[in-house]
Ligand binder design. Structure first.
Ligand SMILES: [Fe+2]
Ligand SMILES: [Fe+2]
Length: 251
């Protein structure tokens, strides 16, 4: 009786229960599919990257190396001007600068390993970046922080764009290591769909992207928005950075 009161079978109820049961079955079958996958790592070989994938990868490493070199020199310029004048900012600037040195070293290493030609304008990036860091720091400490906001906003977005491409366009054929047979997507675990090399580059870029966004937050906490004129400074610097990225990818 109670059941009849609570559950009166109507078309709406029927539809509701059939949707739930379908979703439940779908969930089960996708779990089954995942469980059926046989390949999890060391037992596969990866096919070659296409020409377009290789060209994009070279561009990624060239522009990121140039960008991190720029960031390293910007923080160097800021540190030179501000560290003695504002001792309380010294550890803050030093921490960010050290992270940029690490980013720069990492891309230098990748550039050598993959034999990617550096940007031909490297001397210009060095002079421009140290000039931008020291120049804004000479205006005021807030202007230096506004420069950091602008630079890190552009770099954060730029890294996100690269990550999107690396995640979506870097699948290559995967083969069984012992038989040499090409494997289908159903046979391999999602984690090993892209090669360890691309996967490690992706991890590096997302780690650096997170640190760049931390620099952005730090700059805001240290009064970047009090810089005068804030909009003109940040928008001008963002434009310069976007131009530099476009150029360093190509030249
Ligand atoms: Fe960086
Ligand atoms: Fe940074």
């Amino acid at each position: 009786m109670l059941t009849r009161i609570v559950y009166k079978e109507t078309p709406v109820c029927r539809r509701y229960f059939s949707t739930i049961s379908r979703r439940f079955q779908e969930a089960l079958s996708s779990e089954d599919k995942e469980a059926a996958k046989k390949y999890y790592g060391d037992d596969v070989n990866y096919g070659e990257l296409s020409k377009a994938q290789k060209a994009f990868l070279d561009r990624v490493i060239r522009v990121d190396q140039a960008g991190e070199l720029g960031a390293n020199y910007i923080y160097m310029g800021q540190y030179m001007v501000l560290a003695s004048k504002y001792p309380h900012l010294r550890p803050v600037l030093k921490h960010m600068w050290e992270q940029e040195i690490h980013h720069h070293d990492t891309f230098n290493k990748l550039q050598t390993e993959r034999r990617v030609r550096p940007s031909l304008l490297t001397p210009l990036w060095k002079i421009g970046a140290i000039g931008m860091g020291a120049g804004t720091a000479l205006i005021s400490k807030e202007a230096a922080m506004a420069c950091t906001v602008a630079v890190e906003t552009v770099i954060g977005g730029h890294y996100n764009e690269q990550l999107r491409v690396l995640m979506n366009q870097y699948n290559v054929p995967v083969y069984d290591k012992s038989t040499g047979e090409q494997l289908s997507g159903d046979e391999i675990n999602t984690d090993i769909e892209i090669s360890p090399e691309i996967s490690s580059l992706k991890d590096t870029i997302s780690e650096f992207r997170d640190e760049e966004l931390e620099h952005l937050d730090t700059a805001i906490q240290h009064d970047a928005k009090k810089a005068v004129p804030y909009m003109l400074l940040t928008e001008g610097i963002k434009m310069v950075c976007r131009g530099a990225i476009w150029t360093a990818e190509r030249v």
